[in-house]
Design a protein around this ligand. Structure first.
Ligand code: HEC
Ligand code: HEC
Length: 332
């Protein structure tokens, strides 16, 4: 009798589960609130429609090829390892000759979904961005676009470019085009998206508390949309100045003093995988980053529990494929 009741309720349960997956949850629940502020990552990046398999694999090879640097020591992957969060875990990155720049390497994962590239947004898109580091004297250090093309001309690349883009297509512009095509494949998958798509069990209780604090504290005012950031500039130090005032951000690019300390609001996808934090890499832990943000941007002193809950929530934004993902059940 009991068995029969359980059996007959299984289809009903399945129906209930599929209802969660299909329907947006009402706006007065936490899940509904989250659905209105954030969006799941898209399945494809804009511009990826015409990327052929050959172009993507050419781009992947170039991205990982140290021959793009002056002394064959460094590739894009040296500072942006796509297997470990898309960055290098360094405060600032040593270049081909060991010299460091003054900014922290951001993740390349999902980067093509941002409105601009770089901390100060000085590049419009991935193609423009990829032309920078190869020639940057303290990054890959090649002397000129012509020198890069000449170096690759003596290798297997002319043939690979011909296969991907046609005869005599090895050029500096096409190197950037191919690398960008590879980068457009770097879309991550995480449990927060499963939650946004309708599975209420995708987040643990602590993560839901953290999500609630994240929203109620005001973080989502700047960190929102599919990337929880990546779509606007904001001043760093709205209510209290940041400890390091050396880098003036957007003002350095535009010369506008009113834009002093404006930076692109960074994406928080995969944020638990990309310590240390901030444009200068001077904030060591996620907890310290959360605490600092609340103080400087919102004038709020968060409790230890709130800091811990928000950081726990931010861990649900880590790529499942990257292996460091903690499953929701471990937090219950
Ligand atoms: C020596 C380390 C280093 C190398 C090599 C390097 N990068 Fe970067 N990358 C950085 C740093 C540091 C920044 C941030 C600089 C800034 O904002 O001014 C950055 C920024 C980026 C961004 C912008 C991300 C964002 O969120 O704004 C992308 C995309 C990127 N790099 C891709 C590449 C590609 C492609 C290559 C190879 C052609 C490459 N990088 C080589 C260190 C490096
Ligand atoms: C007024 C806009 C604004 C608000 C509100 C805000 N942030 Fe930020 N956030 C930024 C900007 C801009 C940066 C980049 C700082 C830099 O360039 O050093 C940033 C950086 C971060 C970083 C470091 C990202 C990285 O890649 O290094 C984290 C983590 C973060 N914010 C979390 C939060 C949390 C949690 C809250 C709420 C307590 C919050 N933010 C509120 C604008 C904001």
């Amino acid at each position: 009798m009991l068995l029969k009741t359980i059996k007959s309720s299984i289809p009903a349960l399945a129906l209930l589960a599929s209802a969660f997956l299909l329907n947006p949850v009402s706006a007065d629940t936490l899940q509904g609130q989250a659905q209105s502020l954030f969006k799941p990552l898209p399945a494809q990046m804009p511009g990826a429609e015409n990327d052929s398999e050959k172009l993507i694999s050419l781009g992947k090879k170039l991205y990982h090829d140290p021959r793009l640097s002056i002394n064959d020591s460094q590739s894009c992957a040296s500072c942006h390892n796509v297997m470990t969060g898309g960055d290098d875990g360094e405060t600032t990155s040593p270049g081909a000759k060991g010299k460091r720049g003054d900014r922290n390497a951001p993740t390349v994962l999902n980067a093509g979904l941002q409105f601009k590239q770089f901390w100060d947004g000085r590049s419009a898109d991935l193609i423009e961005q990829a032309k920078g580091p190869i020639l940057n004297p303290i990054e890959m250090g090649m002397p000129s676009p012509e020198a890069v093309v000449e170096k690759l001309s003596a290798t297997e690349y002319p043939e690979l470019f011909e296969q991907a883009l046609g005869k005599k297509s090895l050029s500096y512009d096409n190197i950037a085009l191919a690398i960008a095509a590879f980068e457009r494949t770097l879309i991550t998958k995480d449990r927060f998206d499963n939650y946004l798509k309708g599975d209420p069990q995708a987040l643990s209780e602590a993560e839901k508390r953290g999500l609630k604090s994240f929203i109620n504290t005001g973080c989502a005012g700047c960190h929102n949309g599919a990337l929880l950031g990546g779509q606007s500039y904001q001043k760093l130090g709205v209510l209290k100045p940041y400890k390091n005032t050396a880098d003036t951000g957007l003002a350095k690019v535009t010369g506008e003093t009113s834009q002093k300390y404006w930076f692109k609001v960074p994406t928080l996808r995969n944020i638990a995988l990309t310590a240390p934090y901030f444009h200068d890499g001077q904030v060591a832990t996620l907890e310290e980053a959360v605490k600092t943000m609340a103080e400087l941007q919102l004038g709020k002193e968060l409790s230890k529990e709130e800091i811990s809950d928000i950081s726990t929530f931010l861990n649900s934004l880590s790529d499942i494929k990257s292996g460091t993902q903690v499953s929701a059940s471990n937090h219950h």
